[in-house]
Design a protein around this ligand. Structure first.
Ligand SMILES: C[S@@+](CC[C@H](N)C(=O)[O-])C[C@H]1O[C@@H](n2cnc3c(N)ncnc32)[C@H](O)[C@@H]1O
Length: 253
């Protein structure tokens, strides 16, 4: 059966794709994306800078730490330089499991994936199911990088978010890593942007404080430079602008 893409309803993955400069979006997604960009044009930088952050982190984990397995939850639509491309450019045997619950992501994922890369259509509120499916591709006795990249704001309750992260990390071996970034409530403009998103019929996104995001890393050892604006995480360009998005990488002892 064909996926129900609901083109008339703005979808998170397609709005994000619009901000990233992609073409896998419909008029309703563009209208929601533009409503946000009117009051918070920096959203476009956030989307693009977040991909640069992903690339730097995956390269670091693959090349310097030697991580060979990645669980990327809330993958989004395929765009330039996805996790498997970055990791497999360093180690072709790297194994990647992508997870998303958007029907359009499912349609695209089917055509993208190869032997060492699989896709699980699932909701991140069910980490046990995700872990069971991911275990068909990943060996959880070995380190895994678990990635929640700009996705946990769709869950309004911070305690639920913390539980999702903790339950997922509990299944991983010592030497595994958590990579997490999210939009933060650090300027009035971004808060107004989030309000516009909710008003436009898009799935509301909860901006959190950096301290709230830091609480998701409990029990893990944050690697340098800690929880920072994502443009400041081991930047290629130290002059990169500062944005309302914080992220960190942390190791499981
Ligand atoms: C802002 S996009 C980020 C995409 C990608 N991680 C990136 O960094 O470019 C958020 C993604 O999270 C997905 N998502 C939202 N809620 C989800 C859920 N409950 N379970 C799984 N994926 C979810 C959306 O479908 C969308 O693809």
């Amino acid at each position: 059966m064909d996926a129900d893409l609901q083109p008339g309803v703005p979808h998170a993955a397609r709005i994000w794709n619009f901000w990233m400069g992609g073409e896998d979006n419909f008029a309703a997604d563009r209208a929601a994306g533009e409503a946000v960009a009117q009051v918070y044009p920096e959203i476009v930088d956030m989307a693009r800078q977040s991909r640069r952050f992903l690339i730097r982190v995956v390269r670091h984990l693959a090349a310097e730490v030697g991580v060979r397995q990645f669980l990327d939850v809330g993958t989004g639509l395929p765009t330039m330089q996805n996790t498997h491309e970055v990791a497999q450019a360093i180690e072709p045997e790297s194994r990647i499991v992508y997870v998303d619950n958007d029907p359009m992501v499912l349609v695209h994922a089917r055509s993208l994936l190869g032997a060492a890369t699989t896709y699980v259509h699932a909701d991140y509120h069910d980490p046990e199911r995700i872990l069971a499916e991911a275990a068909k591709t990943l060996d959880f006795r070995e380190p895994v990088a678990v990635m929640f990249m700009g996705v946990l704001g769709y869950e309004p309750d911070l305690e639920v978010v913390r539980s999702i992260v903790a339950r997922t990390m509990a299944a991983t071996a010592s030497g595994s890593h958590l990579v997490l970034w999210d939009g933060t409530d650090t300027t009035p403009a971004v808060v107004e942007g989030a309000r516009r998103l909710a008003e436009s019929g898009g799935v509301p996104y909860i901006l959190r404080s950096p301290a709230q995001l830091a609480s998701c890393f409990e029990g893990l050892t944050t690697v340098e430079p800690g929880l920072v604006q994502i443009t400041q995480w081991r930047p290629d360009d130290p002059e990169a602008e500062r944005i309302d998005a914080y992220g960190a990488v942390a190791a499981k002892p």
